[in-house]
Each structure stands twice: as structure tokens, then as C-alpha cells.
Design a protein around this ligand. Sequence first.
Ligand code: FAD
Ligand code: FMN
Length: 621
Amino acid sequence: MIPVILYASETGNAADTAHRIARAFRSHHRRISCQPMNLFPLSSLPHTNLLILVTSTHGRGDPPPTMLPLWNALLRSSLPEDILEDVHFAIFGLGDSSYERFCWAGKMLARRMEGLGGSKMGEPGWGDERSPNGIEDAFLPWLQQTLDLFLPYLPSTSTSPPLSLTELPPPIFSLEPVVSAKNDDFPIDLDRLSISPPPPASSMNGHTRAAPPRVEDSVHGHGSSSTMPDDWVWATLKKNERVTKQGWWQDVREIEIEFEDPKTTPYLPGSICSLQPQSSAEDVDAFLEMSGLEDQADIPMTITALHDEQPLPPHLPPSKTPTTLRSLLTNHLDIRASPRKSFFEWLRRLSPDERERERLDEFIEDPDEIHTYATRPSRTITETLADFRETRLPLSHILEILPSLRRRQFSIASSWEAHPRKVQLLVAMVEYKTNLKIPRKGLCSSWLAGLTIGTRIPIHIASPTLFLPPNPETPVIFVGPGTGVAPMRAFIEVRVRQGAASNTAVYFGCRSKSSDCFYASEWEMYMEKGVKVEIAASRDQEEKIYVQHLIKRDKERIKEWIVDREGSVYISGSSNAMPREVREAIAWCISTEGAGDLSEEESKAYVEKMFEDKRGGEESW
Ligand SMILES: Cc1cc2nc3c(=O)[nH]c(=O)nc-3n(C[C@H](O)[C@H](O)[C@H](O)COP(=O)(O)OP(=O)(O)OC[C@H]3O[C@@H](n4cnc5c(N)ncnc54)[C@H](O)[C@@H]3O)c2cc1C
Ligand SMILES: Cc1cc2nc3c(=O)[nH]c(=O)nc-3n(C[C@H](O)[C@H](O)[C@H](O)COP(=O)(O)O)c2cc1C
């Protein structure tokens, strides 16, 4: 019997936790498989006797998108009530208790698994980022409990004692040079591969080099989809234009991308576009130097999974597809990520230096040390390697050590009807100074900023989570400060075409009407058509005015549209206090304090129910 770990992760924490669990089992010489939830064949679930589920929670208690296929399948009412009677499962959820629905996705999943006959192995673990030691407080005891419960059922593959935390486990994937030029196993003529190292940075006169293309694509021909997941498509960058005033503190871009395939299926308003960023050539060079792997960078290599039960993770090129370390570091592995505990555990296994080991032990024992050293100053993996100069990352384990270069999601700001075959995005460039005053740039936004018009990029379109009411007579209130206005703009385009302008209101927030008022000319046009457009320019006057203030000011309309006419509300933007404050402002409007006749409690419950019934929607990031 081989247990299976299934994880659903959005920003990588649950994936990292799942791999830590797998490593713990392997250290005890047990075979185990660790896979993303969305890639697991659902028909195999009822026959998976030992299952470990790991998921985070996002949005307002929502599952990460990669949990959805499994989750939707489990919700089918036609499923026999005992379909999972042979499944024994343990579950660990990751969350943050400052959110109302703490670890909600994990809790819902556990309940449904049990409802379908699954048996829980031990108590679930709910990891809380707000806990003094972060998720470790719940994770470490949960892991011990899970090992104690599972190990007796699993045959050991060795008579040796378990590996200690400081011993290097055998690799589970291999990354090895391609030896034969062409044979049946490997049907690609290596001579035709365009694998050449980029020019040295010193020859670039300070200009940023374009990242090299994916070597895998050069093998299969320009524009091939062979290494791209099936649901990604090629598109061309058509516009990359700053829309904030020159000199303004923030650079926000309007990005327009055109689908290459003229037969592309139209997307719905509110859909999400994912982009796969690349690391810059400079970052890759720095990593290669720090890790001592420069001489391996441009050698054609292939990746192989070394155990039948453990498939290659989806972020890596498929086996037998030639690649290079440089291409992997550019396109697949994240060298700019802030190191997690698991990275320090790897360094501890690898460091030959006593003083480094002592420091690494401190990190492993005290999550606060990692927070101060790595998380707060956004220190990157490459910078960490620079501090641990004696430690070298072996090629044999690098695919396990480095996290995946994750895609970034963007709300689509356009509707298909108004911009056929095109996707428009509103992207804020992430630029900030750390507590150590080191300037930082966001990986995806800075990659996007450097792309020239005409560049071909793979994109993925995901279905919306927010939907317009079918009846154009139903009033809709959109609240989208900053780049949160993106999906709202797409919805408004559709509402105006539906003849619903007079039943549509938008509350947009910026700092100054003259500097960061996105779509300024469109707002005037929409107002002429009857849309109620309210702009909270927070810093254009002495006192700060935000969208929630304008909502309260319009209490009569809010009460009439929401309570009397059963309208909908959509909120989008930054996940800090804004969405909660907007919900509170709406509750205030419909209460006796505002323009309604509900008590404070009743009005809060009313708004909560609206969101549950999908008359309200929120998309925050
Ligand atoms: C459903 C959804 C829709 C989205 N839609 C949009 C959209 O329409 N437009 C848009 O611009 N973004 C949108 N985002 C966010 C987007 O996906 C990226 O997270 C964002 O562009 C940053 O990515 P990056 O790779 O440039 O930055 P990263 O390299 O991922 O860096 C971001 C990280 O930097 C750190 N950081 C950033 N600022 C600071 C600071 N001031 N101080 C300290 N640390 C800081 C934080 O840890 C943050 O998580 C959306 C996200 C989701 C989930
Ligand atoms: C936009 C956003 C929304 C979140 N919503 C919730 C939530 O509703 N409940 C919760 O317990 N945690 C919530 N979290 C916290 C995440 O679950 C937590 O950061 C987790 O470690 C992320 O794991 P991942 O990287 O595997 O996705 C949210 C985090 C973000 C960024």
C-alpha cells in the first residue's frame, strides 16, 4: 500500500508543506506519492486507502483553484454515500485566523470526505499563520501523529534506521546530461538544439538582457505547445503602456494581449488571466554563481522521476524533453522566492561548515529567526546562498530544493464583446523598499514591464468566480479601488451593452484624479450613458476620502438598490481592510443608522447572507 498526499496551494505554502510530509515518510524508508489535487485521477480516489490532504484557504474561505475539480466532484449529489468507505484520510489545512473563515477549505473538505464514508486518521491539523510560530505550532504535532498512525501499515524499504533531519535523502528525480545524440529513447537530434548561453552581462552596457526562450520550446519549434499545459494558449503582447502620470509614485500598466488562435472561445466577464513569469538573466547568473553550478548551466539535460509512484511535478518539463539548468532556473524554478523553513533544512543537510550549520539550526528551531532573516526583508534564495557561501546545491536535488516559479493571476479588465480576441489587464508594478532599505521589485510585474510589443507569451484563462445577475433590471453596485477596478470595468462594458447602465453604479478609488484615475475618459462616457460613477480620490482634499465613505454618503441609493430591489454588490482589490470596511459600510446604509430599518445585527447578517447567496461577490488579492 502506498499512501498518497494530495495538495491544493495558491502561493506555494501548502505545496511546500505537502513535500515536507512526503520527505518525512521517505526518511522512514516508506514509499509515498505527493501530487497536486487537480492532477489526481478522481476515479482513483475511492481506491486510495491511505490519503493525506493538504490545502490552504483563499478569498473569503474559498478553496485554491487546484482543489476545485476534486471538490466539485465530491459535491455531486449522485455520489453513493459510502463511496469513500475504503479511504482513511488525514488532513492538514493552512490558513490565517485573522480571516473569518479560518482554514475553511480544509474544514469543508474534511466534512465532505467523512460524509461520503471516509474515515479520519487522527485529528485534523489547522496551521495558523497568526500563531506565535506560524503553522509550525500545529504542523509539527500533527506530522508526528500522522507518522505514528500511518507507518505501521506501510512496509519499510530498508532495515536502516530512519534518516535524521541532517542526512541527505536519496533524490527522487534525476537531472542528468543527455548522453546519446539520437536514439529510440530520445528521438531528438541534439545538434539542432538552440542551446547557447546568453552574452555575459558585462557586454550589455548596463542594459537588461531578455531572458532566453524555453529550451524545450526551441526543441519542438517556435510556438509549439508541447511543453505547455493543455489549457494554456499562445498570445501576443499588443500594448504595454503606463497609465499613471509620469513622476507618480506608482507605475501601473495597461497590458493588452491578443489570442493567436482566431478560433479562441470567448471568455466571460470576470475571468482571470494567468501569466507565467520568467526570472531575469541577471538573477539566473547570480544564482548560478552562488550555487557553484555555472559550468552546468547550458548542458542539455533531461529530468526523470526515479520512483514509479512519484510523478514529475507539473511545473517541470516532461521527462525526455531536453532542457538546461539555465532554462529551468529561468522558466520553472523560483530563485527569487523568500526561503521557507524547508530550504533551510536542505542547507542544513548540505552545509559542510560548522558555523553555517549552527546558524541553520537556529533557523530550523525558531521560526521567528526565519521571519526576521528572510520573510520581513523579502530576502531571496539567491541572497541566502550568498550568506551561506560554503554550501553548494547539488544538481541531484535541485529540483526538490527550489520551489516552483508560480504563475500570477490577473483579473481581466476587458469584455470579449468590446475587445474581441483580446485580453486587457491593469497591472501595478510591485516596487518597494524592505525594512533594510533594499529596493525590491515584483517578479511578474517587472518581467511584464520589460516585455516588448510583439512578444509571444503563453496565457491561461480561468472562469470567473463573480457572475452578473441574468436580469439587466437588477441593480448592481461595483466597488473596485485601485487595480481592483479591473474586473469591474469588464462588467460595466457588458452591463452598458445590455442596456443596464441606469441600474449600474461603480465606486472607484484612487489617490488623485490627475495622477492615478484609471479609465478616466471612459467614466465620463459611461456617466453620459447613465452609469452612476463615484470616484473617491483619497488625497485630493484635506481629509482622506475612500470608497466606503462615498457608499455611506449614498445610503438612500444603496438601501433602495440592495434591499428594495434585491440588487447585487461586487468588491474587488487589495485584501487588506478594504473589503471588510466596504461590507460594513453597506450594512450601515441598510441599518436604522443609515437609510434602512434593520438593526445593526440584522444588517450585518443581511450582508453576510447576500454574499453567501452570491448576490454579493468579492475578489481580493
Ligand atoms: C484573483 C487575482 C486577481 C488579481 N488581479 C490583479 C490585477 O488585476 N492587477 C494587479 O496588479 N494584480 C492583480 N493580482 C495580483 C497579482 O497576481 C500579483 O500578485 C501581483 O502582480 C504581484 O506579483 P509580482 O510577481 O510582481 O510580485 P511578487 O514577486 O510576487 O512580490 C509580491 C510580494 O512582495 C511583497 N511586497 C509587495 N509590496 C510590499 C511592500 N510594500 N512591503 C513589503 N513587502 C511587499 C509581498 O510579500 C508580496 O506578496 C491578482 C491576484 C489574484 C489572486
Ligand atoms: C487573498 C488571501 C485570502 C485568504 N483568505 C483566507 C481565509 O479566508 N481563511 C484562511 O484561513 N486563510 C486565508 N488566507 C491565508 C492563506 O490560507 C495562507 O496564507 C496560506 O499559507 C496560503 O497557502 P498557499 O501558499 O498554499 O496558498 C488568505 C490569504 C490571502 C493572500
